[in-house]
Design a protein around this ligand. Structure first.
Ligand SMILES: [Zn+2]
Length: 158
């Protein structure tokens, strides 16, 4: 499932990428290009706008009811729109949604802090923005956030 988050849902877009879901973030105010893009790419629109309604059979729109950004990803888990999938977890760049590529350790020397270079074995790079990711920092922080998100889910299902 691929998503297109509207301008109200920037944090949700980032968190969906963290979980590995292909998610574009649309910053514009006009809804027409938003719907067009979703149709062209077969994306599910995520919005807080209650005036945005499907006009064609192929339009899929999910309205996020939760006001707090920190709880919005939990809402999608509860609605069973998304689920835990370790295979895709942390596979995308948080900034541009691109799939990360594993790169040779030698390639990152001088591009990351020395202690990181010596501690870490695996590095990943976004082919678009060239940001480098590694297990110890970025991914570990993300892991904590993801665990929090899923704890929220468990608490709410009891
Ligand atoms: Zn990137």
């Amino acid at each position: 499932m691929k998503f297109l988050a509207d301008r109200m849902l920037g944090r949700l877009a980032k968190e969906l990428r963290m979980l590995g879901y292909d998610t574009l973030y649309y910053r514009g105010e006009d809804t027409y290009p938003l719907i067009q893009l979703a149709r062209e790419e077969g994306r599910v629109i995520l919005t807080r706008n209650n005036k945005l309604v499907p006009k064609r059979i192929e339009d899929h729109i999910i309205r996020i009811l939760e006001d707090k950004p920190s709880l919005q990803v939990g809402e999608l888990i509860q609605k069973r729109v998304i689920s835990w999938n370790e295979k895709i977890l942390f596979s995308r760049c948080l900034l541009c949604n691109h799939l990360l590529h594993e790169i040779q350790r030698a390639e990152v020397e001088g591009k990351v802090p020395d202690f990181v270079f010596y501690q870490q074995k695996e590095f990943f790079r976004c082919p678009q923005c060239l940001r480098i990711y590694w297990q110890g920092s970025h991914l570990e922080n993300m892991q904590k956030k993801v665990e929090k998100i899923f704890q929220f889910k468990i608490q709410n299902e009891r």
